[in-house]
Design a protein around this ligand. Structure first.
Ligand code: HEM
Length: 371
């Protein structure tokens, strides 16, 4: 019987060594036997690999050590940065529309064919539009930082980790919607959708900020059921006001570019249909404030904040409507809508508290009552 012996060299990456495999075959090329001989040769390679392996272990251990194992100041700062920048980008996006720079960068993802950044020919409009794109990059970096910082806590604080991931995915999605906005020549419905999506991001960032100050676990209502119902109803009317405002804008004069289309709806009528629910939110918030002060509810400070923002928003809304929609006031009205959405979200979130905290509060109350 003819026997062929084949030698195969393999690298065992786990053990950082090379292995010689001897395989004996008969004339039909069937494997008769295989012997492995681990080689202690190749010392140079082994030394290099173990150095890389050790380096990798040291770096990963250092990163692991540096990443928070509990919610700390770094996580809170990033959560706040996320909320602030999500609101600011609405301001820069508004600046793009209100200065007529909507097509300052006429293509996407590059600013102009062949250049990622604006060229001198694009002028100020190009710079303003590109500034908004840069802002998206900043928000993306903050979202990544939040995910990285929460990495070690991803099981323990799944709520925070999920919110950070949603914010990260949201930035990507918004960048794509922004691209569609440009590529459709600033279609008013898409511009409106882009703004609404930004508002939703603001609300999600508010949830993150709220949660980084609280433990996880089940939550229980800390206000009377009627009050909670009224707060939810108010948030619904706020949402209605915002939607009507967006439709009003989409039918108004500030399209973002002389060539951009409008919805063709009656902007004057829409302005009223938008302002009425706006006044309704004010009335509902006054009732909420009265009830929260009367019942000494913990949420009353936030209701005051909500009321103040609403009052300023209504004054700005009335001024802009009566002064022929000056861009500065319209931009301010947009940013205030975000602040208002954040304040409303905060009120709704504070209707409940983690049961671990409420139990502690009621225990203390009972102890006081006993003593
Ligand atoms: C709670 C109160 C209010 C909220 C939350 C609110 C919110 C908004 C929002 C989100 C927009 C769309 C912004 C955009 O897409 O660029 C808007 C537009 C507008 N709002 Fe309000 N608003 C409120 C009250 C008022 C009031 C009382 C008036 C007074 C009439 C008013 C007048 C306007 C006008 C005229 C526009 C269209 C601006 C344009 O054409 O560019 N708003 N509002």
């Amino acid at each position: 019987m003819d026997v062929a012996i084949l030698q195969v060299d393999q690298w065992d990456s786990r053990a950082c060594r090379s292995i010689h495999i001897w395989t004996r075959h008969d004339e039909n090329a069937r494997v008769i036997s295989t012997t492995e001989r681990a080689e202690s040769v190749n010392r140079k390679n082994q030394g290099l690999s173990s150095a890389i392996g050790a380096g990798y272990r040291v770096v990963s251990q250092k990163i692991r050590y540096w990443l928070p194992s509990a919610v700390d100041r770094r996580i809170r700062v990033v959560a706040w940065l996320s909320l602030v920048t999500e609101i600011l980008i609405v301001g820069t996006g508004g600046a793009v529309r209100l200065t007529g720079s909507g097509l300052g960068c006429p293509t996407w993802p590059t600013c102009v064919a062949g250049s990622l950044v604006p060229t001198p020919e694009m002028g100020l409009h190009g710079v303003i539009e590109f500034g908004n794109r840069l802002m998206t990059g900043l928000i993306g970096i903050i979202a990544i930082a939040a995910v990285v910082l929460l990495w070690r806590l991803r099981t323990e604080r799944k709520d925070l980790f999920t919110l950070a991931v949603i914010l990260g995915v949201g930035v990507l999605a918004q960048a794509l919607v922004g691209g569609v906005t440009v590529l459709t020549g600033l279609n008013p419905f898409i511009v409106g959708f882009h703004f609404m999506a930004s508002l939703i991001m603001v609300c999600i960032a508010t949830v993150l900020v709220h949660r980084v100050y609280l433990p996880s676990g089940p939550r229980a209502l800390v206000v009377p059921v009627g009050f909670a119902g009224l707060a939810h109803a108010t948030s619904f009317v706020v949402a209605l006001t915002v939607v009507m405002g967006v439709v009003t804008t989409a039918s108004g004069p500030h399209s973002g570019d002389a060539e951009a289309g409008r919805t063709g709806f009656n902007a004057e009528l829409l302005e009223h249909l938008h302002a009425w629910p706006g006044y309704a939110t004010l009335v509902l918030t006054i009732v909420l404030l009265a009830a929260s002060v009367r019942g000494k509810l913990p949420v009353r400070k936030l209701v005051v904040t909500l009321l103040v923002v609403e009052l300023v928003q209504i004054v700005v809304g009335l001024l802009q409507a009566n002064l022929g929609l000056p861009p500065v006031l319209v931009g301010l009205h947009m940013v205030l809508a975000c602040v208002l959405a954040a304040a409303m979200t905060a009120v709704v979130l504070n209707l409940k508290a983690p049961t671990t905290l409420t139990d502690r509060v009621s225990e203390t109350t009972h102890e006081h009552a006993r003593s």
